[in-house]
Design a binder for this molecule. Sequence first.
Ligand SMILES: [Zn+2]
Length: 197
Amino acid sequence: MERLTKKLEPRVNRRGDDRPRKRSRRTGGPPVAVRTRSLREPAACERCFAVYLNKTWRAAGTERRVPADVTWTLCPACSQVAEQEYFGRVRVLRTLEQEREAEVRRRIWNVERRARATQPERRLVQLGRTSGKLEVLTTSQKLGHRIARELEKAFGGRSHYVWSERDGLLEAEWDPEGQARDATPRARRHARPKAAR
Ligand SMILES: [Zn+2]
């Protein structure tokens, strides 16, 4: 008993605070696979009503219907949000004025809404401020990347990305005043039509 207790590693989140933490890959494989490996089908998420069937999570429809005889659980994304685990972080490098910040927040939520409609695993974990600057935490690298790219496209400036192989984290930064990608002498910025969204 004593030996067993000593062998247990301290939990990553025992830091005496409830700040979000990134999840390490020590568990092996992506969190979705780990969490749903032994789940009895059909299952549904008790928070967001996503349905798990044929080894796939699907977002709830507007009527939030679930199959008969369902196993209620928390879907991987809702678990990550509850535990404040993230695989993507997007930092805005400047303090935005109030109106612009509201626009940026709306845009970020829009990106999330579109993403989670098809992939319920992609979710915001947190959208808040650190030292007056916006910081976004996401359940997946892909969503973090999409948000940073979208901010650059919608509001200008420049985003850059760092993927960490070791802990599976994407760190993105968006500088609203950074030099735009197409601001080179042979800029094609007038030739390229604005993406319809
Ligand atoms: Zn859920």
